[in-house]
Design a protein around this ligand. Structure first.
Ligand code: JFZ
Length: 325
């Protein structure tokens, strides 16, 4: 098997963190509910047609003196998780670090200035947790030539899309892999095979070779858009959201999961799964040699909803008694 992914196979349990400007909207925009039935709060910019300038006014709801990312890492540790994956850039295109490549970033819009990726990198190091990043490569709602699903009606030229790719995706991935120490994993997010998207195989291979060159130990998931079956050096397969595994595989795999439904914080998303259900999901995956990454959607002020932290801590207590170190 793949030595690069050995730590990932052993890790079993990790934390996903969806936190960004959307966390300030809480699933509502100007009194109106998110315009989509799946209620993914992190999609509000696109669903409710919010432009770049209006969207960042949500940052007024963030208190930069209050937000403590280390708390997320401590929660992961206490819950028995071995790694955390935070949304460095989600589909909204906003970078949670001080990016020299784009002005749509925290370096430009936090006062006092914060770099959440730096702080998370430091906190993970301090607490012995593997540090991993989510990066939305395919979809970007900020860049004029990024992909959004209206492009299915208003097409984008391949050359335009490549401009987005070369001037935003590639240099941002280089920044993330050059300035923040070891990145244990990059979690990309494209849920269709690249043939069905505007992204070309060449663009994906370019990205993969940059990653291999800059950080040869960094694990890459199949939602980069290259299937693990056809690309043996893709390190593991990400299943559909909240889909558990049902058999052992020849390769490492993972289920990304939420405690309720939305990934980003949503004030009316309240169908919380029980701790028992979450533990069963974890154990079921682990019994099939899989991996389970459970999400927190902190509020704009950084607080993790009690309904989530409480369940995670209960899982950690169970693992203390019954889990392997
Ligand atoms: C994507 C994102 O659009 C979403 O905001 C969130 O970040 C989630 C983790 O990933 O949504 C998906 C991606 C893939 C599937 C479903 C939702 N899928 O394969 O079933």
């Amino acid at each position: 098997t793949n030595p690069r992914a050995a730590w990932f196979t052993d890790a079993r349990f990790g934390m996903f963190i969806h936190w960004g400007i959307y966390s300030g909207a809480e699933g509502f925009w100007k009194g109106e509910k998110l315009r989509h039935h799946n209620n993914y709060a992190e999609w509000i910019k696109f669903r409710n047609s919010i432009n770049n300038e209006e969207y960042i006014t949500l940052l007024d709801r963030f208190d930069w003196n209050d937000i403590q990312p280390e708390e997320w890492v401590i929660l992961a540790k206490k819950s028995g998780m071995k790694y955390v994956t935070i949304t460095a850039k989600h589909h909204d295109g906003f970078a949670l670090w001080d990016s020299k490549v784009s002005d749509y970033d925290l370096g430009n819009y936090s006062h006092p200035k914060r770099d959440i990726i730096r702080e998370m990198a430091d906190a993970c190091k301090k607490h012995g947790i593997k540090f991993c990043l989510y990066y939305s490569h395919w979809v970007d709602w900020e860049h004029s030539y990024g992909w959004n699903h209206s492009r299915e009606i208003y097409p984008l030229q391949p050359e335009e899309y490549d401009q987005y790719w070369q001037e935003k995706v590639v240099p941002q991935i280089k920044e993330l892999l050059s300035n923040y120490g070891d990145i244990s994993m990059l979690w990309f997010d494209m849920w269709l095979p690249h043939e069905k998207t505007i992204v070309t195989k060449d663009q994906l291979l370019q990205l993969k070779s940059i990653i291999r060159e800059l950080q040869p130990n960094c694990v890459v998931n199949s939602r980069l858009g290259l299937s693990i079956e056809e690309n043996p050096d893709i390190d593991y397969k990400t299943l559909g959201d909240n889909k558990l595994g049902n058999k052992k595989e020849d390769f490492p795999w993972q289920s990304p999961a939420t405690v309720a439904h939305s990934w980003g914080f949503h004030s009316s998303d309240a169908e919380w799964q029980s701790t028992t259900a979450l533990l069963k999901a974890l154990i079921s995956n682990v019994s099939l040699n899989g991996n389970y990454m459970l999400n927190i959607g902190p509020r704009a002020n950084g607080d993790v909803p009690y309904e989530i932290s409480h369940r995670m801590l209960e899982m950690g207590k169970w693992l203390d008694v019954n889990g392997e170190a």
